[in-house]
Design a protein around this ligand. Structure first.
Ligand SMILES: Cc1cc2nc3c(=O)[nH]c(=O)nc-3n(C[C@H](O)[C@H](O)[C@H](O)COP(=O)(O)OP(=O)(O)OC[C@H]3O[C@@H](n4cnc5c(N)ncnc54)[C@H](O)[C@@H]3O)c2cc1C
Length: 314
């Protein structure tokens, strides 16, 4: 039995969500005694695949001709390779790219697909349902199952030294008229939200620019990433790629600070894998306190300067 991981190259390296998917793929291979193949996609995928020393025995491929992700092109290029490869499971990270090309690939293959998988149980794929309040166990009854793995549910393996052997494939797809016009990377100067060990989450309760400044100072003193609720996006406190939750990013920091966040289920769906949650909210009944490990019932504008001073003293 063979499992294929489709990993994604960014700036010459396999990206973090793909490394987490690699961690998940290794678990599934161990459980099912399957052989692991890794196909790195992206313009510089050959270079990135060589640096992937972690998985001894795994066959490595790269598909530089497919270029960067255009879902139509990647799906049509991958289709014959996967159909002829006899793979039982095809895994990709549940990123915007994975969420884009995998369903197209599943449709071309007429295969079952499960997205945002957070674990495995025998032949079943586990995924959160009802904004994380239940776990669905999903069976796929087509010969090949396509799955995307949730970044925060799997640990990336250690990357080794040296170069590995990589077979470069000539896969060419049809982009059906779609093309990437421009890619704009939003740089915050802070750690990436999905990878940071500490995240400061902003909600509508921080109120204004003054509150935002205080929260940013706290985040910077703690070396934390900043994210927040949809309301914080609506208020213009953060850009929408920093939204945490059901329709935003999933995060798994060691410490999550929720400042003025109510704790709606659509938000808490994205912080399920946070290890410790600390919340400041002026409403003692706010739902965030039912998931928080530490809570402070206080007005943020009064509590934040005290917290800031304490951090400065440290
Ligand atoms: C389909 C769907 C998908 C969604 N996806 C997401 C998602 O991915 N992520 C997400 O976050 N939301 C999502 N939402 C929106 C979600 O339901 C909530 O509306 C949103 O999370 C609320 O954000 P908030 O807690 O910052 O704001 P509010 O609900 O306005 O809460 C503000 C909180 O701040 C507190 N507060 C007010 N003033 C102060 C003060 N001075 N000091 C301290 N505390 C104060 C209040 O007590 C309150 O608890 C989604 C909704 C839908 C319908």
């Amino acid at each position: 039995m063979k499992i294929l991981l489709i990993a994604i190259e960014k700036n010459g390296l396999v990206d973090h969500p793909s490394l987490c998917a690699l961690g998940g793929a290794k678990i599934l291979c161990q459980k099912t005694s399957a052989e692991l193949h890794i196909l790195v996609m992206g313009k510089n995928s050959g270079e990135a695949a060589k640096k992937l020393k972690t998985v001894s025995g795994a066959k490595r491929f790269a598909a530089p001709d497919c270029g960067d992700c255009v879902a139509e092109r990647w799906a049509s290029a991958l289709f014959p390779f996967i159909r002829d490869g006899g793979y039982k499971t095809v895994i990709a990270p549940a990123t915007s790219e994975g969420r884009d090309f995998m369903p197209r690939l599943a449709a071309l293959m007429d295969s079952g697909m499960v997205s945002d998988v957070c674990g495995f149980e025998g032949e079943l794929f586990l995924r959160y349902a009802h904004a994380g309040n239940a776990i669905a166990k999903v069976a796929v009854n087509t010969p090949t199952a396509l799955v995307t793995l949730r970044e925060t549910s799997f640990e990336p393996p250690e990357i080794g030294e040296g170069a590995a052997e990589v077979e470069e494939l000539t896969l060419k797809g049809d982009s059906l008229g779609s093309r990437v016009v421009e890619r704009r990377e939003h740089r915050t100067g802070r750690p990436p939200l999905g990878e940071s060990k500490c995240v400061v989450g902003l909600g509508r309760g921080i109120k204004n620019q003054e509150g935002l400044k205080l929260a940013e100072e706290i985040a910077d003193l703690m070396g934390a990433a900043i994210g927040g609720s949809r309301a914080a996006v609506d208020e213009g406190f953060i850009q929408n790629d920093l939204q945490i939750g059901q329709t935003g990013k999933n995060i798994a920091p060691k410490l999550y600070f929720a400042f003025g966040i109510s704790g709606a289920i659509q938000h808490t769906a994205g912080i399920k894998d946070a290890k410790v949650i600390a919340a400041i909210n002026k409403d003692p009944e706010a739902p965030i306190f039912s998931v928080a490990d530490y809570g402070l019932v206080a007005d943020f504008s009064a509590a934040a300067p005290v917290l800031l001073q304490k951090l400065k003293n440290l």
